[in-house]
Ligand binder design. Structure first.
Ligand SMILES: *Cc1c(COP(=O)(O)O)cnc(C)c1O
Length: 339
């Protein structure tokens, strides 16, 4: 189902690197040719996974420019992730400057085309050569990127609800964008594939009942009465910037919006009864992707027509993508022009 199985495999020419050392702060910022890193085998990240990242996209706009969507939000989330993982906080201005410099250096790599963009991956990891367990005192921040097309090919994705695995527990790292969360989700994603599904949906770790999110995307539900709902941010869900943008756009479109827990039994029942008319996944990589069916060990239930974006999903998608590309007026100051 992935339109481009090589998502992120093509390397661009440059990377940005900034180093950090306790007592010295951030230093040695540079735009440089992309290339391999040399690490000591005891580098802390390789043992205790002190690593965080972000995912953003640079788009070609209608006015022949290049823009990034809400980079301040990524910068702030990166700071929150750093705090949770006991890492140093990179100033917002430095984060945005690094991303801007990267996009300028690799501007030729930003593809043309409605569903194409330059995927940007800022990340930071612990680089102490030391095997003791403690927050590291040295870190490397990097920005790399890759031209990408659509994450899913057209049509709707099917999702598998894992009854075996959970993604994040209360008090854990679910709200931080850290590599470790992904390592723990890969087996659940493999389970989804084994059941013929594109993506896994996780339930809450306490009751195994409430829908949380997918491995790397948030989830929304659209009801017969025109209202929409998404699980609340209680600390176990990644606070998606796409999620936040969708909530804002939906309110402006006059929809009733709820952030509330939604139980899996209710989801199945509502899909069967027709009370649930649409569902979609959202995130930077996949934008807004309709969910056509939900599958559990009890069987598969179709959502709406099961074939693609319904009316509400379609309207939200048009508004979001239109804003990113400069076709819809940017009334929120979301579009950050780089070139
Ligand atoms: C990045 C991510 C999302 C989506 O966040 P966006 O800011 O919309 O890209 C959702 N869930 C998880 C687990 C993520 O890592």
């Amino acid at each position: 189902m992935m339109a481009d199985p090589a998502f992120g495999r093509v390397a661009t020419d440059h990377m940005v690197m900034i180093r950090y050392k306790e007592g010295k702060g951030w230093y040695d910022a540079q735009v440089m040719p992309r290339g391999p890193l040399t690490l000591d085998p005891s580098a802390a990240v390789l043992h205790y996974a002190q690593e965080i990242f972000e995912g953003m996209k640079a788009f070609r706009t209608n006015e022949d420019g290049i823009a990034i969507f809400r980079p301040e939000a990524n910068a702030r989330r990166f700071q929150k992730s750093a705090e949770r993982m006991a890492m140093p906080v990179l100033p917002e201005k430095l984060f945005i400057e690094a991303v801007d410099q990267f996009v300028k250096a690799d501007a030729d790599w930003v593809p043309e085309g409605e569903s194409s963009s330059l995927y940007i991956r800022p990340f930071m990891f612990a680089n102490d050569a030391f095997l003791g367990v403690k927050p590291a005192s040295e870190y490397i921040f990097l920005v790399i990127g890759a031209p990408v097309g659509a994450y899913f090919s057209n049509g709707a994705v099917t999702v598998w609800v894992s009854e075996t695995y959970t993604r994040a527990a209360p008090g854990g790292t679910g709200a931080a964008k850290c590599g470790g969360n992904y390592a723990g989700s890969l087996l659940a994603q493999a389970e989804a594939k084994e059941h013929g599904c594109d993506q896994v949906v996780f339930l809450d770790a306490v009751k195994h009942r409430f829908v949380e999110e997918m491995g790397g995307m948030n989830v929304f539900f659209v009801f017969e009465d025109g209202s929409i709902a998404t699980p609340p941010l209680t600390g176990t869900i990644l606070p998606g910037i796409t999620r936040d943008s969708v909530l804002t756009i939906a309110r402006e479109q006059g929809l009733t919006v709820r952030e509330e827990p939604y139980a899996i039994d209710q989801w199945l029942e509502d899909a069967k009864s027709g009370r649930l008319t649409e569902a979609f996944a959202c995130g930077t990589a996949a934008a807004i992707s309709p969910i056509g069916a939900v599958k559990t060990s009890a069987g598969e239930v179709k959502i709406g027509s099961g074939t693609g974006a319904g009316q509400v999903t379609g309207a939200l998608r048009t508004a979001l993508l239109g804003t990113q590309r400069g076709r819809v007026a940017d009334t929120h100051g979301w579009v950050h022009r780089v070139v």
